[in-house]
Design a protein around this ligand. Sequence first.
Ligand SMILES: *Cc1c(COP(=O)(O)O)cnc(C)c1O
Length: 423
Amino acid sequence: MKFRSNADCAAALDHADPLAHYRDCFHIPGQGDTDEIYLCGNSLGLQPKTTARFLQEELQNWQRLAVKAHFAGRRPWMPYHELLTERTARVVGAEPAEVINMNSLTVNLHLMMVSFFKPSRERNRILIERGAFPSDRYAVESQLRFHGLDPAETLIEIAPRRHEQWLRMEDIEAVLAEEGRRIALVLLPGVQYLTGQWFDMARITRAARAAGAVAGFDLAHAAGNVPLQLHDWDVDFAAWCNYKYMNGGPGAIAGCFVHQRHFGRRDMPRFAGWWGHDKSTRFKMGPEFIPTESAEGWQLSNPPILALVPVLASLEIFDAAGMVALREKSVKLTGYLEWLLKEKLPEHVEIITPAAAEARGCQLSLRLHSDRAGGRAIFEELERRAITCDWREPDVIRVAPVPLYNTYGDVYRFVEILWELLD
Ligand SMILES: *Cc1c(COP(=O)(O)O)cnc(C)c1O
């Protein structure tokens, strides 16, 4: 269908949208009777309507069954995390044994680096992107220092070419071809948080492995946003948070992937805890740590059930909608946003996210140019008009129409209001 810049077109697109009813699965924030136009699922996903009931059930189990709830009730706590396993695997394209929900994102990055970053004298560098999310950079730097290495020498940050906004795959490959024998770990995002660039993860993994390096990914902005095939792409490890596109609630318990190639490796260091111990003998409480031969082997503690609950509530919705259908809508919805911005505000809006669908998820990152007001002032005016997107210093507005709950009408209203403010 050809897009048009009028409200009727948005309404027709919504009418024809086979996923439109999933919006009803979520609480849409707003004041009084008016829903916000919430374009901020890249930062905090919305709350599924089932979350409160699921939580209430476990609070009641705690009240009524207490310790017995580990083995009784509709969803016993002992194997509770297993309810998430297959659903999580489907979202990220993994074998069930390769995924686990535990800890938080930065913690999981550290745990993965404990196992996967083993510097030698010749090979002791980590490759990340310039302008990486601060937590990732801090984590990587502190891992280097932990090994007695100087980040000034061992942290390689790859940048876009001059006057370009995003990284070229061939430049990543060139670094790996030239400096690869010194690089121990490549840690890149699936989708870059600021520019919204989706990296060709299969290609990066191939290049990293060809150079003898480990390929790890931070999927904070990729999980639940773009289709992933972590197993088939042969990624070594990945970690992501569940509170952005995954709708698992603020600070939700996080996800982690370890490729099955690494199960049972004896040469691999890891920080161990009792919940990573082989399930069949865990409660013999013996002194020797025998890891579960799956991603579960990286667990430390028994999981916080009340933190797993919202993630399960959300995963059920992902399962019902399916990543293929979600992606199909997402490409169209973000394509519509891009088309409208170019149609109505060609002079005022610079899109710093790649234009190719295979190089971005749902988010578009915008720089605004106006004689009337600066980007920050316009962002604040959008907030006053019940539009929620987000601001990243120094001058970027991130806008993320999420296919599970955003409408073509949301996108249309956003551009219309932006046009009123800018033109
Ligand atoms: C959101 C995000 C984080 C947040 O880390 P937490 O440990 O969940 O606080 C880290 N890295 C990236 C790339 C992110 O987008």
